[in-house]
Design a protein around this ligand. Sequence first.
Ligand SMILES: [Zn+2]
Length: 266
Amino acid sequence: MRVVNINGVEICLFDNLYKTGIVNHCFTTRVGGISKNEFKSLNVSYSRGDNKCDVDENLKRVSNAVGFDKNKIVSGNQIHGTKILKVGYEHCNKNIEGFDGYITDKPNIVLCTFHADCVPLFFVDTVKKVIALSHSGWRGTANKMAQVTIEKMSELYGCKPQNILAGIGPSIGVCCFQIDEPVIEEFDNNISFAKEYIFDDKDYKGHYKADLWGINKRLIIESGVPEKNIEVTDMCTMCNENLFFSHRRMGKNRGSMAAYLSLKEF
Ligand SMILES: [Zn+2]
């Protein structure tokens, strides 16, 4: 994954997805917009109290940089669940309630999830030309959102895991994601290998740190996606204050980044 600057807007791109040539995608940063104060500067969420005109302009800049139609975005209120919506043109520009993942085979629709520490998961089936995007925070990760998404691609469109490329995007990294017993228990109850990705926190005795990127990668591999098809970020949203908003670092007074994924028309 790399950060590129297009007309002043900084976005993160996966090399494996970019190289397919069949999708437009990005994960946004906080650099290159016009929002002020805690939203400075590239907040792309309308639901956090930011000035609507500023978000409009930010979104215009991102859509121009990435090359998608901002009138065809599908997004909504995520609830840290694992429900995935099969998206059609009728869902564009509506506020969708209760889904943490979207999937489609329709060109030009822009799947969008919002993030400020939770993991964005991108999936592209290059053979069936099907795309999916998921929001996988620690709850989503513990409830195997990555696997649920891949299963949905297979169930709805007959996707084969070996044809799927995956991208695991910027989120809170193992460097910063401190967790305690209840969260560990949740991981343990759901995921047999979770312990391999949870470590003692060297700085805070009795606390632990979890590697959400590692768990999600392992879940994707166990779904049958070849390891070489998976690209994982190394950018932590909490460490990189100049590049990202972070819920753990900033609390509720913050903007949001977004993941965007759209199938090109052929
Ligand atoms: Zn960090």
